[in-house]
Design a protein around this ligand. Sequence first.
Ligand SMILES: *Cc1c(COP(=O)(O)O)cnc(C)c1O
Length: 412
Amino acid sequence: MKIKEQHIGFNVEAIRKDFPILKRKINGKPLIYFDNAATSQTPQQVIDVIVDYYSNYNANIHRGVHSLSQEATDAYELARHKIQKHFNAAYSHEIIFTAGTTHGINLVANGFASLIKENDEVIVSALEHHSNIVPWQMLCERTGAKLHVIPMNQEGDLELSKYEALLNSKTKLVFVNHVSNALGTINPIKSIIEKAHDVGAAVLVDGAQSCPHIKPDVKDLDVDFYVCSAHKICGPTGVGMLYGKEKWLKTLPPYQGGGEMISEVTFEKTTYADLPHKFEAGTPNVCGGIAFGAALDYMNAIGFDAIASYENELLNYATDKLLEIEGLKIYGTSKQKTSVISFNVGNIHPYDIGTLLDKMGIAVRTGHHCAQPIMDYYQIPGTIRASFMFYNTKDEIDVFISSLKKAIVMLS
Ligand SMILES: *Cc1c(COP(=O)(O)O)cnc(C)c1O
């Protein structure tokens, strides 16, 4: 990846030039995009990779002897290696391409249906996205296993002593997100994983919300499964990855049957392909996988340390400004947070504020953020969520604050 020299030292104005969408006007106003926790924007370097793929070497992979198929296969497998390196996995066959976080979680939950028995126990955290709740509920319904929940507190942190009390020899699986999409809390996953392993349980970490801000090291974490989506890390939608420890991926049965995932097919018996292909039935999102690799190149060239420290500055700046507004309450005040701020103002419905902000060119999220249990805990229908990426600026936050103040006046 060619990274422009002016990016060195973190020059946000230079970085912004990489993102064509940031030039857009919305309702006559310059776009201020603060809905990054829902999806991130795509730099030209990644868009170029997508255009190049369809312009020059679009082909089906792993099967053709012809040159285009070879080129596409090589680029796709190179992307798998980039992902392996980024997450520090031991083997590239521990990286399974998926359609995204939701797909990866369902793949694992489905696989465990044959390993979990009645009266086994599984543990989920109170801070989860619906994607990391519903597949496990379905698993429990199928198997008769019991689902326990690690409770949260007012700050939006998990109550770890209660987690420890839930663990026992019947615990088979623990699912927790690395970062909460609704509140931004960074969970202490290393110690959560360690404690689960002490009782012999496996852990799946939903990294959808951490990967844009943190570079996870799956070896150091000793995590069993880690999932994420490319579209939250400057890549395209509809592609993601599942990291699984080799021993688990060998143990789990395939998720879907079809082409690519087989070794030999007869009507009597089919044998499955080796990893990673066992879990990659059908023609994958070839272009998406290649672009995912390019997105990681792009972000690594800027550097995750630089990204995290800049985003932390944005978080603190916006938090201080928001707290000056009368009647404004922030949900999620953990000391360990990414650049996500969920808030409400008095009794104003979040949707009304979101609609007025859109009129002023500002994209924020309103609602329950696919995390209804968190909203129930605070006894609110939803929040307004502003989430920042490294291409946002303090100037944008200033415009956001003054627009928010205008909206509040109009709605009071
Ligand atoms: C976005 C998100 C998901 C779902 O990701 P998809 O790309 O829609 O599958 C799951 N968990 C968290 C924490 C998220 O932020």
